[in-house]
Design a protein around this ligand. Structure first.
Ligand code: IMP
Ligand code: MG
Length: 180
């Protein structure tokens, strides 16, 4: 596996597809163990989470789970704008339901706070967050996600759904920005 270049920036291999796949299975087992609700609602946070959500949702194999999609945007290029825009809103009634938010990455926590508030305001029974990646040292607000695939240093990463200005989402492995 070699380096990849986007927008003149070099990214080096960071987490392989094999490691991702193994961790997705473990996360699915944790969710199956912890969620007793017959009809949980998974919420895939577009765009970055779509690949992780597809793999995780299949691996969970709940008999009666549903999945829906919401779209927020906080990033321009490689840094957070600190503001979250709701680009595609929520249509489901979440009252009394167990909601499992699926994120690709939790960085400053701004998006996570907005999402939790949205579901809590709509009277969800419980709100859990599962994220593939988490940058603990970047967290500025809110609490830690309940389920974390990999805790990582605060480097910019891409691949497996994660983008740089909408590019590189299709890479099967995750790459990190190379420091020079
Ligand atoms: P937060 O609101 O700062 O926690 O950022 C959340 C969103 O920013 C994530 O869902 C991603 O879409 C994006 N993001 C944060 N860090 C990265 C990164 O390293 N690569 C690509 N996108 C990122
Ligand atoms: Mg995202």
């Amino acid at each position: 596996m070699g380096n990849v270049v986007y927008d003149g920036l070099t990214f080096e291999p960071f987490i392989t597809r094999e490691k991702i796949a193994a961790r997705v299975i473990e996360l699915a087992q944790e969710l199956r163990r912890d969620i007793s609700d017959d009809n949980p609602l998974f919420v895939c946070v577009l765009n970055g989470s779509f690949i992780f959500a597809a793999d995780l949702f299949r691996a969970c194999d709940f008999p009666d789970a549903e999945i829906t999609f919401i779209r927020l945007k906080s990033y321009e290029g490689t840094s957070s704008t600190g503001q979250v825009k709701q680009v595609l809103g929520l249509n489901e009634n979440v009252e009394g339901r167990t909601v499992v938010i699926i994120e690709d990455i939790v960085d400053t926590g701004v998006t996570a706070v907005e999402l939790r508030r949205l579901f809590e305001d709509n009277n969800a029974k419980s709100v859990k967050m599962v994220t593939l990646l988490f940058k603990p040292s970047s967290l500025k607000c809110g609490k830690e996600p309940e389920y974390v695939g990999f805790a990582i240093p605060p480097a910019f990463v891409l691949g497996y759904g994660l983008d740089i200005d909408e590019k590189a989402r299709g890479l099967s492995d995750i790459y990190a920005l190379k420091k020079d």
